[in-house]
Design a protein around this ligand. Sequence first.
Ligand SMILES: [Fe+2]
Length: 302
Amino acid sequence: MITRRGFLRLIGGSFLSAVSLSAYAVGLEPMLLTHIKRYSLTPPNWPAGLRLHVVALADIHACRPWMTPERIRSLAERANALQPDLIVLLGDYAAGTRLVTDWVDASEWAPALSGLKAPLGVWSILGNHDWWEDLSAQKAGLGPTVARRALESAGIPVLENDVVRLEKDGHGFWVAGLADQLALRPGKAWGRSRFKGLDDLRGTLAKVSDKAPVILLAHEPDIFPKVPSRVSLTLSGHTHGGQVRLLGYSPVVPSRFGNRFAYGHVVEENRNLIVSGGLGFSILPVRFGMRPEILSIELGSA
Ligand SMILES: [Fe+2]
């Protein structure tokens, strides 16, 4: 079976033989073609009269030259310009590729995100790379991670198996954030033979204390089959839409479910999931057919 790394290497190698294609996939599409991906939906049992505009940023993967603090600041300005009710950050702020000219530490990317502003706040979760880059957290098997502390210092609360109740126009709703499902890597030094998730879906949803709708933030979409219909909408990132996507198909997706949750709006048994294609990248700085995107989601309008 071809691995994600093997596949992306292969794609990267092929592109080198086609200069114009590689310039597009390595330079133009990932760097210059960021777009706003819009969705409008009214999930089942959504309260009549609650119109909510949520903007989501996923998989920023800060590093030079691909995702500099300046670029993050300008993405934050684009997000603010959409004038959402709230902004959510879906994890993976840390670099995901080693092909960089320099690292961008949390002490740089978090302040770049501090310019995000919305009336009902900016709420975040962490991704696997935020955990993997933090060797002390890997060793201890618990947080708080460097990323969490940096986000909090930038005034952005982090929801790890936690919830917050918000209100708009007299209607309550919940934002629930799941801790990362791949947080702890296997390693002899850490005494782990496999990945260990820190996610607690049941415990998180147990904190929801009334009937108001729930929006769940979960970095990896693989949790979706377990998400109860009590949750109106699950928002995920992590897959980057495969980074290479042709005719609605991504050859390699970092998900147990392959293309099932690779990208976009998925409805299963009346439950809604939106997977963002994200902004940065992992392994290779390549995007093809999967432009970096900011999600703009209108709930209760369709
Ligand atoms: Fe991720």
